[in-house]
Design a protein around this ligand. Structure first.
Ligand SMILES: *[C@@H]1O[C@H](CO)[C@@H](O)[C@H](O)[C@H]1NC(C)=O
Ligand SMILES: *[C@@H]1O[C@H](CO)[C@@H](O)[C@H](O)[C@H]1NC(C)=O
Ligand SMILES: *[C@@H]1O[C@H](CO)[C@@H](O)[C@H](O)[C@H]1NC(C)=O
Ligand SMILES: *[C@@H]1O[C@H](CO)[C@@H](O)[C@H](O)[C@H]1NC(C)=O
Ligand SMILES: *[C@@H]1O[C@H](CO)[C@@H](O)[C@H](O)[C@H]1NC(C)=O
Ligand SMILES: *[C@@H]1O[C@H](CO)[C@@H](O)[C@H](O)[C@H]1NC(C)=O
Ligand SMILES: *[C@@H]1O[C@H](CO)[C@@H](O)[C@H](O)[C@H]1NC(C)=O
Ligand SMILES: *[C@@H]1O[C@H](CO)[C@@H](O)[C@H](O)[C@H]1NC(C)=O
Ligand SMILES: *[C@@H]1O[C@H](CO)[C@@H](O)[C@H](O)[C@H]1NC(C)=O
Length: 677
């Protein structure tokens, strides 16, 4: 709020930094900023480490320079603990580079070319007995180079190898990294990992995202807390079942893979966040039926390039072997192939608070038999094939924490989805694109319809595309909705009932509802209004008094916006949508008003069109419009007057030009004809 806070920060910075100017300093580091302990020389076109910096320098930042090698004596700073050389052209660190900087703990060599002289560089790194943090990301390293560079780094705790060319890892890869806690292997080309982590017993965070791993079997890293293996080609995740220790894993990300089965989790674990979105997971309990499928193979074996075969087998059809899911709080299964939950599956997750099931194949949901946890806070079952949801008062009462519910894009009718309005803490319900209209007939009115007005906690209600024909008069009375979306219900009647929400609504969606001259006067808190696709020929005057920030007027029949209205809107709106209207090029003052107002963003400005006397233009090409002039005369009239003059002139000049030749010729022809006598 107060303008002087930025300047006071600036003042602090200035007094803290000594900016070395060329006249007052050693030319080698003239482009650096120094404090007592830190030196910043980023983006300075340096080709070598500056010499003569204060001996007390502890942190040296040389990112984005042109340094190609580090010479044996280039670092004469005995107190140096942190050195950052990201984004240079480093090819070689001479073996004695660090002879005077034995305290170095933190070394960032990201985005260089350390693949070129990695042998020599590895000799330099070996001398760093205290190194804890090493960033070698983006260096074109393959697994052999990496293994050599990492030899003897026994104190290392954090290692970043992302964006390299590692293909497979084995016991040799991280042999000396006994203290390693955090390892980033994202964005390599890994397709196999074979006992690579046996010598890193303290590893807690492992990122394997964006590789080519086909499976993770024999998972037995009990100490690991976060495993990210998203964006691979993983078909199987199987943990070793004979380990008795509690697996410390809390977050497992296997999203964007090719999992066919729910992962085979450790039998005792602390898993809280399980991300499985965008796989092809399904449950196969029905295949365990030995009568129907007598000869179905029930185990799977895994091969390994080097040792040929591993003894991992998995019982495929027994859905009881999912391991321990009792502490799962977030389960993300978006975009899979689930038809049902196995019996007791939901009940096992006693702490479940967020279940994301959008885009699966669920056909029904029975809350009475599933026994959801009373901690359930968010339930998204949108875009499934739900025809019904079964629940009763008792089950609904246990869901007293349920706050966000998304049922959109299903085949529900209002009777089964209306159940949820009995939930005491519900804040947001999305019922869009269901068949609500089928059971909201005019005669039935509120009684048989959805009793959503009993849910006092409700703030956001989405009823887009629900075939609603009519809203009962008292549908919203007693509610405090801030967000009501009724778009895509063409011909919706009973809009007057929205007025009971006039003091609370912040967003109102009435796009494609054939809204007529609805009176918005009392909606004093409205910030966002969607009245697109409504064949409006003019702006409803009542919106001018509102304090709107966002207005969607797309695909109406507006030909202009009167200047007075444009000025009013421009002073308030932040975002306006206006494409798809038949604007008149000759009345576009409003456009220039909006264009000149820096606080307003016209979405799709470049696609907006208008029509003048002859053709359609981009609305911002105002030079080419053919319109009335400022004084009221029209270019059209000038053209109309000018055209006959031009034509007459052309005719006369043609005659004059041709006369001597053509006329003479014809006369000659006529009179010089030979006569018969
Ligand atoms: C590196 O480790 C090897 C054994 O792994 C040892 O023989 C060698 O002396 C170590 N080198 C340094 C410089 O510590
Ligand atoms: C590892 O390096 C990459 C690229 O330099 C970076 O995007 C990523 O955030 C780093 N990882 C961690 C855990 O800091
Ligand atoms: C896993 O890594 C990917 C890629 O870096 C990232 O987008 C995602 O958020 C990570 N997952 C978790 C749970 O942090
Ligand atoms: C796990 O415990 C069982 C019995 O409680 C024991 O027979 C087995 O050897 C243990 N496994 C390991 C890997 O410790
Ligand atoms: C199952 O296997 C047995 C013997 O291996 C065979 O006789 C039988 O025809 C098989 N049944 C089916 C349904 O394939
Ligand atoms: C595979 O199983 C056999 C016996 O069934 C056992 O001797 C062998 O050690 C196992 N191999 C592995 C890699 O576990
Ligand atoms: C609702 O959630 C809160 C914490 O989010 C929890 O303390 C409370 O026990 C939950 N209510 C029920 C009925 O479980
Ligand atoms: C409900 O889910 C649909 C489809 O997954 C999504 O587009 C919509 O934004 C969600 N609604 C809310 C209120 O988040
Ligand atoms: C307004 O409603 C229309 C019709 O449903 C929709 O297509 C459009 O995306 C909505 N506008 C905004 C800004 O969400």
């Amino acid at each position: 709020m107060s303008v002087d806070s930025p300047s006071s920060i600036l003042f602090c910075l200035l007094s803290m930094w000594t900016i070395i100017t060329p006249t007052s300093s050693h030319p080698q580091y003239s482009r650096c900023m120094l404090t007592q302990r830190m030196t910043l020389c980023n983006n300075s076109n340096l080709t070598s480490v500056p010499v003569g910096l204060p001996g007390t320098t502890e942190e040296l930042h040389l990112n984005h320079n042109l340094i190609q090698t580090l010479q044996d004596n280039s670092l004469q700073y005995p107190s140096l603990t942190s050195l950052s050389l990201a984004c240079n052209h480093l090819e070689k660190l001479h073996s004695n580079t660090f002879q005077h900087s034995k305290l170095l703990k933190n070394l960032n060599l990201a985005n260089n070319n350390l693949n070129i002289n990695y042998l020599e560089t590895s000799h330099a790194l070996k001398t760093l007995a205290k190194l804890k943090y090493l960033d070698l990301s983006e260096n074109k390293l393959d697994e052999e180079m990496a293994a050599v560079l990492l030899q003897n780094l026994t104190a290392l705790e954090y290692l970043n190898l992302s964006g390299n060319l590692l293909r497979r890892l084995d016991e040799a890869s991280f042999r000396d990294l006994h203290q390693l806690k955090d390892l980033d292997l994202q964005r390599n080309v890994l397709f196999e990992i074979d006992n690579a982590f046996d010598s890193t017993p303290r590893l807690q965070r492992l990122n394997l995202a964006f590789n080519y791993l086909p499976c993770l079997t024999d998972f037995h890293m009990t100490q690991l807390v976060v495993l990210n293996a998203s964006h691979n080609f993983i078909e199987w995740f199987i943990s070793r079942q004979d380990v008795n220790d509690t697996f410390q894993i809390e977050t497992l990300d296997l999203s964007d893979n090719k999992l066919l089965f729910f992962p085979f989790l450790p039998s005792v674990n602390r898993l809280r966040n399980l991300y499985l979105s965008h796989n092809i997971v399904s449950f196969y309990e029905h295949l365990a039926d030995h009568v129907t499928f007598p000869n179905l193979t029930a185990t799977v074996k895994f091969y390994n390039l080097r040792r040929n075969i591993d003894n991992i087998t998995a019982q495929l059809w027994d859905d009881n072997l999912h391991g321990d899911i009792s502490s799962v709080e977030i389960l993300d299964l978006r975009g899979n192939q689930l038809l049902y939950f196995p019996q007791g599956f939901i009940q096992k997750m006693a702490s479940l608070s967020k279940l994301r099931m959008c885009t699966n194949c669920l056909e029904s949901l029975n809350l009475m038999s599933e026994h959801f946890s009373s901690n359930l806070y968010e339930l998204d079952v949108s875009n499934n094939r739900l025809k019904e949801i079964r629940a009763n008062d008792v089950t609904l009462r246990t869901l007293s924490n349920l706050t966000y519910l998304n049922l959109s894009l299903n085949n529900l009718d209002c009777l089964s989805s209306g159940l949820f309005f009995a939930l005491p803490n519900l804040r947001s319900v999305d019922l869009s694109y269901n068949n609500m209209g089928l059971c909201l007939p005019e005669e039935a009115e509120a009684s048989a319809g959805i009793a959503w007005n009993t849910t006092v906690s409700l703030r956001q209600l989405y009823l887009k595309g629900c075939h609603l024909a009519r809203i009962p008069p008292l549908a919203f009375s007693g509610l405090y909705l801030t967000h009501l979306e009724l778009s895509d219900n063409p011909g919706l009647r009973g809009q007057q009932s929205i007025k009971s929400l006039s003091t609370t609504l912040h967003h109102l969606g009435l796009g494609n509802t054939h809204v007529g001259d609805f009176d918005f006067t009392n909606f004093q808190n409205l910030k966002s209004l969607n009245i697109s696709c409504n064949s409006l020929t003019q702006l409803p005057a009542s919106i001018l008094n509102l304090d709107l920030k966002q207005l969607d007027l797309r695909d109406n029949k507006l030909s202009t916006i009167p200047s007075r209205q444009a000025n009013t809107l421009a002073s308030k709106l932040h975002i306006v949508f206006l494409t798809g209207n038949p604007f008149n090029c000759c009345q576009t003052d409003w456009f220039r008003t909006f264009e000149a107002t820096k606080t307003i963003h016209m979405v799709g400005q470049l696609e907006m069109e208008c029509t003048d006397l002859f053709q359609t233009h981009s609305i911002w090409h105002s030079q080419s419009f053919l319109c009335h002039e400022e004084n009221g005369e029209s270019i059209f009239w000038y053209i109309l007057l000018f055209l006959p003059v031009c034509i007459s002139f052309a005719v006369i000049s043609t005659i004059l030009f041709l006369k001597p030749k053509v006329i003479h010729k014809s006369i000659k022809k006529k009179y010089l004809k030979p006569t018969s006598y």
